[in-house]
Design a protein around this ligand. Structure first.
Ligand SMILES: C[S@@+](CC[C@H](N)C(=O)[O-])C[C@H]1O[C@@H](n2cnc3c(N)ncnc32)[C@H](O)[C@@H]1O
Length: 208
């Protein structure tokens, strides 16, 4: 069982502060807007964001979450994230730590888990084992969102589509919504009964 090694990402961040141009590309801004728009709850208490990179999605998550615990394997990425979140005056809402998605997830009673552009760095066996182990510890009603690039990348063990299918097969996760275009697939899951937004809001006429 394996994943791309930490030094793969250290090398990338040694060469560029924002290697995927997450802070400047319209593609990323649009994708973040879709991802956050798909979250079924208006507000979350505590999100877990593995693979936070330089904090560009983290800065959007703090608008919807009281607190975010964000981890990354690359120290270079975390330094830039730290600076970004300080500049935006939201550093106090974020715990940053150097850690890998396959390590035991931090304690935190998370009600949101954000797997954005990180699952395809794992092979199928490890990704499935980690998610089955850690999602079983999440509270009922936790939202899990997965957003991944669909085009093949030669270095990556999985495509975004296969990574999303593996996440969808995690025991106890129910899909409550999916967006897919030629570039990206975004799927939202729930560890509870899989209630729709209208059900959560008690809209009249909703069939359960
Ligand atoms: C393409 S960036 C994604 C950034 C952000 N999640 C987003 O969607 O914009 C991928 C990040 O995942 C990190 N990463 C790679 N493998 C990881 C692992 N096993 N655990 C945690 N982070 C990892 C990399 O260092 C990199 O910063």
């Amino acid at each position: 069982m394996s994943r791309l090694p930490d030094h793969y990402f250290d090398r990338i961040y040694a060469a560029a502060e924002d290697p995927w141009q997450l802070s400047t590309r319209w593609y990323e801004q649009r994708k973040y807007a879709i991802t956050t728009a798909m979250l079924p709850n208006r507000q979350y208490r505590h999100a877990f964001e593995p693979g936070c990179s330089i904090g560009t999605l983290t800065q959007r998550l703090v608008e919807r979450c009281d607190h975010v615990t964000a981890i990354d394997v690359a120290e270079g990425a975390l330094q830039v994230a730290d600076e970004r979140l300080r500049r935006l005056n939201c550093r106090h809402q974020v715990t940053l730590a150097q850690a890998s998605l396959d390590q035991p997830w931090p304690q935190g009673a998370f009600d949101l888990v954000v797997l954005s552009e990180v699952a395809y760095y794992f092979n199928a066996g490890l990704l499935s084992a980690v998610l089955n182990r850690e999602c079983a510890r999440l509270m009922p009603g936790t939202t899990v969102v997965a957003a991944h690039w669909r085009h093949e990348v030669i270095d990556y063990p999985l495509t975004g589509d296969i990574a999303t299918d593996i996440i969808a097969s995690t025991h106890g996760l129910k899909s409550i919504g999916r967006y897919c275009d030629r570039d990206v697939v975004i799927e939202v899951f729930d560890t509870g009964v899989g209630a729709s937004v209208a059900m959560r809001e008690g809209l009249p006429g909703v069939v359960r």
